[in-house]
Design a protein around this ligand. Structure first.
Ligand SMILES: NC(=O)c1ccc[n+]([C@@H]2O[C@H](COP(=O)([O-])OP(=O)(O)OC[C@H]3O[C@@H](n4cnc5c(N)ncnc54)[C@H](O)[C@@H]3O)[C@@H](O)[C@H]2O)c1
Length: 305
């Protein structure tokens, strides 16, 4: 089976590519290396260095590969960039995705789209299920949800097969210390180097974090799904930022005290996605506990220091 991974040199994409290759998929990667790294690329994957906005190049790649499925992860993922440069954010995340959706229509490829908890905005209740109000708090949330609407529309109009996966905060090896779920990576790097991590607010705010291998498994489960659907991908377990620091200190055998800073406007107090639907319909469930995930991430980050 031939699969294309856009953003396959990035944090989640490169971990996905490794698994796809391990499982015997003929795997092709499209990435412009804007945040991704060539050293993350699995050498067995066929690599096309291309921008998803380059329509002609994308067409010729699809004509070359004729993929059975496309995992679309390439995106502008920085919330601050989306706020300061909405045009760039919309071009990559919305127009870039439309290019992919069009190509999936032409080549009858199943589309597995990486979406985000950012589409929901401030939770009205916890855990947030897929039916929750869509009210993004940032341009990034808007640019991640808009392709969802196009995808569902293309499914109705042209029978494009799809799965949309809305991830909570993803963490694990190869995550850059920025972006959505970057906080674990930032804290680990600071604590390894005996530097003080900053916490905005009192640290009692909670989040649910999911280990990258569990997100990779969700993508593989989505590939097998018979029907189209939109699913939260999360652990459904919240942890406070203070508790997170405690666990990282404990794993690294350190005792670094964080610096508490003024809460940032727009930060959400508590967030957690309900993962019941994915468990039932995708036959998927997260396997890694937060301790296992952080331990693996610490080992990786220590080795690259
Ligand atoms: N990391 C998280 O916690 C998280 C949470 C929710 C959703 N997501 C989604 O998961 C996906 C992957 O995120 P990530 O954390 O691995 O980010 P990342 O920045 O590590 O990976 C994105 C990849 O896309 C590539 N890329 C960016 N713009 C491109 C373009 N115009 N053309 C071609 N390639 C381009 C980058 O070079 C990079 O390799 C994104 O769609 C993101 O919105 C991530």
């Amino acid at each position: 089976m031939k699969v294309i991974v856009t953003g396959g040199c990035g944090f989640i994409g490169s971990n996905l590519v490794d698994r796809l290759i391990k499982e015997g998929f003929e795997t092709y990667v499209i990435d412009n290396l804007s945040t991704g790294k060539i050293e993350f690329l699995n050498p067995i994957a066929k690599f096309y260095q291309s921008d998803i906005l380059d329509v002609q190049k994308m067409k010729s790649i699809f004509e070359d590969v004729k993929p059975n499925a496309v995992f679309h992860l390439a995106a502008q993922i920085d919330v601050q960039t989306s706020i300061h440069n909405p045009d760039l954010d919309a071009q990559i995340n919305i127009l870039g995705s439309i290019n992919l959706i069009e190509l999936c229509k032409t080549y009858k490829s199943k589309l597995i789209y990486s979406s985000s908890a950012a589409v929901y905005g401030t939770p009205l209740y916890l855990p947030v299920c897929e039916q929750h109000l869509i009210q993004p708090l940032s341009n990034y949330g808007i640019s991640k949800v808009t392709p969802e609407l196009y995808i569902r529309c293309y499914a109705r109009l042209y029978n494009v097969k799809f799965t949309i996966l809305r991830y909570s905060n993803v963490y694990g090896p190869r995550q850059m210390p920025k972006g959505e779920g970057g906080v674990i990576s930032i804290f680990i790097n600071k604590i390894i180097n005996d530097e003080t991590p900053a916490i905005f607010g009192d640290g009692q705010q909670t989040r649910d974090f999911i280990y990258v291998e569990d997100v990779v498994s969700a993508n593989l489960s989505a590939l097998k799904a018979e029907k189209n659907g939109t699913y939260n991908i999360s652990t459904n377990k919240r942890i406070s930022i203070n508790e997170l620091i405690k666990k990282i200190n404990c794993i690294l055998n350190k005792n670094i005290v964080p610096a508490y800073k003024q809460e940032r406007i727009g930060d959400i107090d508590h967030s957690c996605l309900d993962n019941q639907l994915a468990k039932m319909e995708l036959n998927w469930q997260p396997k890694y506990s937060i301790i296992e995930g952080i331990t693996k991430t610490c080992q990786f980050n220590e080795n690259i220091q």
